[in-house]
Design a protein around this ligand. Structure first.
Ligand SMILES: Cc1cc2nc3c(=O)[nH]c(=O)nc-3n(C[C@H](O)[C@H](O)[C@H](O)COP(=O)(O)O)c2cc1C
Length: 179
């Protein structure tokens, strides 16, 4: 049976460049794996606070997101960088989900990507994610920050136009289930 991969951009932007990147990464696995690309907008929850938690308990959307993770064999995430950190949309969902299951990623293998319009390609949020994943149960197999997205990605074809970066993304994605 083919492996199930879930993927998402840690962004709620309708024109997310990280969504474009993660979609391209998934295309590289199509035919080999069963792929589901999630959209954080489908998991929008009120701004987390312990008071809201007292009112709402464990929201169904947070439980649904956790179930997507537990039903998967591997995960690909592309992180948007906002002020050197996660986007508020990702952090908020994460806060809700972590109250149900602190090891959110449940020891699944994962590939982490990030991109931004600038030359660092979201390196700060990547450093944050890499530092935190062991605590959150993420088994990181590869990570890659793609710089200057608009210069290196052809949005019409959905493909990376820079050959060197394209090869790096392919290597990263192929590490997901590599022994
Ligand atoms: C509130 C805000 C803060 C941002 N901070 C950073 C930053 O710290 N570093 C960076 O490289 N880009 C930053 N950006 C630019 C984002 O990289 C850019 O908006 C990118 O498109 C976000 O990814 P997304 O399109 O996948 O949402 C910021 C953008 C916003 C809206």
């Amino acid at each position: 049976m083919s492996k199930k991969v879930i993927a998402f951009a840690a962004s709620s932007s309708r024109r997310s460049i990280n969504k474009q990147l993660v979609t391209h990464a998934c295309e590289l696995l199509r035919g080999e794996c069963e792929i589901e690309i999630l959209d954080l907008n489908d998991y929008e929850l009120p701004l987390f606070s312990v008071d809201r938690e007292d009112e709402l308990g464990q929201p169904a959307l947070a439980r649904d997101f956790l179930r997507k993770i537990s039903d998967s064999d591997g995960i690909i995430i592309a992180f948007a960088e906002h002020n050197g950190c996660y986007s508020a949309a990702y952090k908020n969902l994460y806060d809700w989900v972590s109250r149900i299951q602190p090891r959110v990623y449940q020891d699944k293998p994962m590939v982490l990507l990030s991109t931004s319009p600038g030359g660092r390609g979201g390196k700060s949020v990547m450093e944050l994610a890499l530092a935190q994943m062991p605590r959150f149960g993420g088994e990181v197999r590869a990570s890659l920050s793609v710089p200057s997205f608009q210069d290196n990605f052809d949005s019409e074809t959905g493909v990376i136009s820079n050959a060197e970066i394209a090869a790096q993304v392919e290597t990263a994605v192929n590490s997901l289930f590599a022994k």
